[in-house]
Write a protein that binds this ligand. Sequence first.
Ligand SMILES: C=C(O[C@@H]1C=C(C(=O)O)C=C[C@H]1O)C(=O)O
Length: 88
Amino acid sequence: MNLDELREEIETIDREIVEHIAQRTYVAETIANVKRDQGLPTTDESQEQRVMDRAGENAQRFDVDDNLVKAMFRLLIELNKVEQRESR
Ligand SMILES: C=C(O[C@@H]1C=C(C(=O)O)C=C[C@H]1O)C(=O)O
């Protein structure tokens, strides 16, 4: 593959990443509504820990830096929590 083709491949992957972030955000919004209806708090630290542990395991499985992957997941979680708080 030449440089342009490789960059096209990156472009497709980047779009898919954003699509997955949007899907994750949508599901988290749905979870927020369920929690609100059940009178549960926005933040669930034990669930966050499970998400972070899984992120580290998946990073190792795919041989990428687990600190980097965990930092990205920390950002995704914080993003959801800010949105959940704002919609309450
Ligand atoms: C989405 C949830 O709400 C919050 C956001 C989380 C996330 O983005 O993974 C995890 C736990 C909660 O603090 C949830 O409880 O599952």
